[in-house]
Ligand binder design. Structure first.
Ligand code: NAG
Ligand code: NAG
Ligand code: NAG
Length: 340
């Protein structure tokens, strides 16, 4: 099996470390794999031995082989997927589920991510972006500030709206959910023994896990009540706006039941559904927010208007890297926007 130079003592950990060092600080560790893959263009797969940190991985980037692994054969996920995500998601999620369980959940959530649904969601995404633009303009009047802080809040509001139809409005006032998620990730590690052995860790995970669970379960119950109302009286327009990802999943679930008129939402369904929502919140967080703040300076460079309705032209802004952090394309964590 093809693989990069391997050492008896540390497998490929040294190699991974060397590649990580060659990338900008704070770059996502996954960016290492395309770099390594460049040397395996002929085989389109290679082995990576990260024992004892993680299980040995076969990195596959041949489209046909990848399709076989993920879809045709639907091979079981690594145990590591479950270990690393369970405290964050609260239990099994689409990232760790196997076989038919994965397939069931995947098909329940597919309709919510169709391109037609995304188009329907656009007006409410624009609403969140308008709030973002107003905040941005207000901040530029104050001086240097963290763009990352604003894009993270925007991202959270949009994920909450699109997946749950919840008005979080984290852009205007701190929402308890992001804080709880942050506390869980801060106290979660698979290799830091100081964290793993800390007796406070299970308590903190249980406490903040419960904060998240209570909030999301209430939202799921509310969406279920709306679906029920609409079923019993189709003219009631209980669901007036674009249907959320969760609403569509509930409809799909009820349609698959022999008794689709259930009065209460099945406990198991609600529990598993909340894990998936937590996964969306976590997986969409940094990735989306950093993509947005890296893109904003590009509007200036290409002389395109940004937040034009709010009277903001990126051309008139200066971007600064704060705290010496450098991320890909040189726009760092905490990039600031300053009016000049
Ligand atoms: C999926 O299968 C793997 C390998 O058998 C197992 O370790 C993992 O726990 C399974 N995931 C779930 C959510 O049961
Ligand atoms: C982040 O943004 C919020 C809302 O706009 C603001 O209240 C808060 O002071 C900002 N925090 C930092 C550290 O800039
Ligand atoms: C979400 O992203 C922000 C910005 O990168 C980060 O500060 C925060 O810790 C992230 N939260 C989680 C739960 O990953």
């Amino acid at each position: 099996m093809p693989m990069p130079p391997w050492s008896w003592a540390v497998g490929h950990i040294g190699l991974l470390y060397a590649y990580t060092r060659s990338l900008p600080a704070f770059a996502n560790v996954n960016l290492v794999f395309p770099e390594i893959a460049a040397s395996f263009a002929d085989t389109e797969m290679f082995l990576i031995d990260l024992w004892p940190v993680a299980e040995t991985m076969l990195i596959v980037f041949n489209p046909e082989a990848a399709m076989q692994v993920a879809q045709k054969m639907n091979l079981p996920k690594a145990t590591f997927n479950h270990v690393i995500t369970a405290p964050i998601t609260g239990g099994p999620s689409m990232l760790s589920m196997n076989g038919s369980q994965w397939k069931t959940w995947r098909s329940l959530f597919n309709p919510g991510f169709s391109s037609a649904m995304m188009v329907e969601q656009t007006p409410q995404i624009v609403d969140s972006v308008s709030v973002f633009c107003k905040k941005l303009v207000k901040m530029t009047e104050k001086g240097v500030f963290s763009l990352d802080n604003l894009t993270t809040r925007l991202t959270f509001d949009i994920i909450m709206k699109v997946t749950l139809n919840a008005d979080a409005d984290h852009q205007s006032a701190d929402h308890p959910l992001p804080y709880a998620l942050d506390m869980i990730t801060k106290w979660h590690s698979v290799w830091d023994v100081r964290l793993i052995l800390n007796p406070l860790r299970p308590l903190i995970h249980a406490y903040y896990g419960n904060v998240i669970k209570t909030y999301i379960r209430k939202q799921i119950q509310d969406r279920f009540q709306e679906v029920k109302k609409e079923y019993s009286n189709p003219a009631s327009l209980a669901i007036s706006r674009a249907k959320s990802v969760m609403t569509l999943a509930i409809e799909g679930y009820l349609a698959s039941q022999t008794k689709p008129t259930a009065q209460t939402l099945d406990e198991d369904f609600a529990k598993m559904a909340s894990h998936q929502i937590r996964l969306f919140l976590f997986a969409g967080n940094d990735t989306t927010s950093s993509t947005i703040y890296i893109e904003i300076p590009e509007f200036g460079r290409s002389r395109k208007p940004f937040c034009q309705n709010a009277g903001l032209w990126v051309q008139n802004m200066r971007f600064t890297r704060l705290r010496g952090h450098i991320a890909p394309s040189n726009w760092g964590l905490g990039t600031a926007l300053v009016k000049v």
